[in-house]
Design a binder for this molecule. Sequence first.
Ligand SMILES: [Zn+2]
Ligand SMILES: [Zn+2]
Ligand SMILES: [Zn+2]
Length: 161
Amino acid sequence: MNTSHASDGAADELLRALEAAGCRLTAERRAVAQLIASRDGAFDSADLLTDSRRRNLGVARATIFRTLDVLTSIGAVERLDLPSGEHSYVRCDTRAHHHHLVCTRCQRSVDLEQIGMMPIIAQIERETGYRVDGHRVELFGLCPACQAIEAGRSGEGAETG
Ligand SMILES: [Zn+2]
Ligand SMILES: [Zn+2]
Ligand SMILES: [Zn+2]
């Protein structure tokens, strides 16, 4: 597995995670790991299918779904519930707690270690008597590049989107 692509380290990590979860590393699973590793930011199964076709990898849609499910269940990939009601995925190291800030237009993603949740959670614990053991907060919006594109467009007149 010592090839020269920049994304190979990430692909290796995904493969190790799959192996640790007891998955056999079939050629198709290796291909899916490679596709995920070469993605920048958030992606969905349709993106992976498109990438697979573009590269003539011939990975079945079902394999993409199953591999994403396994990777999600072992925490190597995190499933994001988008404001639109759709789902997307982001490659993720869940060993260190963090949050994602995702651009809803280009899907670039930034990891945020601290978003000031602890004082809010402490207050919620006081108010409810619950002991809060975890939380998931994802943030969505427009990245600077997409804001610039939108600003350019709004100069052109009425846009309904
Ligand atoms: Zn992450
Ligand atoms: Zn947090
Ligand atoms: Zn963007």
